[in-house]
Design a protein around this ligand. Structure first.
Ligand code: CP
Ligand code: NVA
Length: 300
């Protein structure tokens, strides 16, 4: 049996595959056809250790659109949450479904699961990476502004899973990434170094925004860090994406946020609800980009 193709990181695809996937996502969005059911009878298992609105709904709706179905699995009511080994869970679950999506705390859970899975495994967010979100973000940029190659993207805020996936996207799609994070909340040094001169670190949000074609941010406290909220409010207080920060970017710069957002914390309401914000296209594109991903992993 051939080993399955996984999507744990953007680096699991080639640059050409990511570009083709983005074009396919745009095509699927513009030509919805109820008779096109490439995944008829196929099942996606979805394991969520953390909450989700967009990821759960987009994968479930995508499978249904394609003629298949999805099963929502929570550790709270499966044996996973009672400590059944990942190896046994992966072997058993993958013997019954055609692909598996996992959202876990620890990145190693997804890589361990993929090691023993006989079907494709998709990373639906870990503490390290959120690659599915980047497929949607990149689709959104391509739709609004064309190819992102050679453009400048600014990441403001936590050096978290989203920031790491932006770094991987910079490598794969060849754009410059200017990151402004407070001390103590910088992205992983190895991931930064892997991007070479494409990534530059700044301590000031305004400086990082200079020349930007896209500004993106995320919550100050991610899922599982809620107890650090007050500490983080202090550390990140100079890292809000304000209109002043947006005004330092190029005139046609876009604003993105993976959502959920906290208006008045990482982003000012006038920015996220303003003319430059494309957050709702970005959220909708989770559906289209992941349908293109499911097609790539499950139909070829
Ligand atoms: N952006 C994102 O992954 O949203 P959910 O947590 O709602 O899935
Ligand atoms: N960084 C956030 C992203 C949510 C989609 C988190 O991990 O909670």
């Amino acid at each position: 049996m051939n080993s399955p193709r996984h999507f744990i990181s953007l680096l699991d695809l080639t640059s050409a595959e990511i570009r083709t996937l983005i074009q396919r996502a745009i095509e699927l969005k513009n030509t919805r056809h109820p008779d096109f059911q490439p995944l008829k009878g196929q099942v996606l298992g979805m394991i969520f250790e953390k909450s989700s609105t967009r990821t759960r709904i987009s994968f479930e709706a995508g499978m249904t659109n394609f003629g298949g179905s999805a099963i929502f699995l929570s550790p709270r009511d499966t044996q996973l949450g009672r400590g059944e080994p990942i190896k046994d869970s992966a072997k058993v679950i993958s013997s019954m479904v055609d692909a598996i999506m996992l959202r876990t705390n620890d990145h190693a859970t997804v890589t361990e699961f993929a090691k023993y899975s006989s079907v494709p495994v998709i990373n639906g967010l870990t503490d390290l990476l959120h690659p599915c979100q980047l497929l949607a973000d990149m689709q959104t940029y391509f739709e609004h502004r064309g190819d992102i190659q050679g453009k400048t993207v600014t990441w403001i805020g936590d050096g978290n899973n989203m920031c790491h996936s932006y770094i991987n996207a910079a490598i794969q799609l060849d754009f410059n990434l200017q990151i402004a994070s407070p001390n103590g909340y910088l992205p992983d040094a190895d991931i930064v170094n892997s991007a070479g001169s494409r990534v530059q670190l700044f301590s000031s949000a305004k400086q990082a925004a200079n020349g930007a074609d896209l500004i993106a941010t995320d919550v100050w406290a991610s899922m599982g860090q809620e107890h650090e909220q007050q500490l983080r409010e202090q550390a990140f207080k100079d890292y809000q994406v304000t209109q002043e920060v947006m005004d330092n970017a190029n005139a046609n710069a876009l604003f993105m946020h993976c959502l959920p957002a906290h208006r008045g914390e990482e982003v000012a309401a006038e920015v996220i609800d303003g003319q430059q914000s494309v957050i709702y296209d970005e959220a909708e594109n989770r559906l289209h980009a992941q349908k293109a991903l499911l097609e790539l992993l499950m139909c070829t």
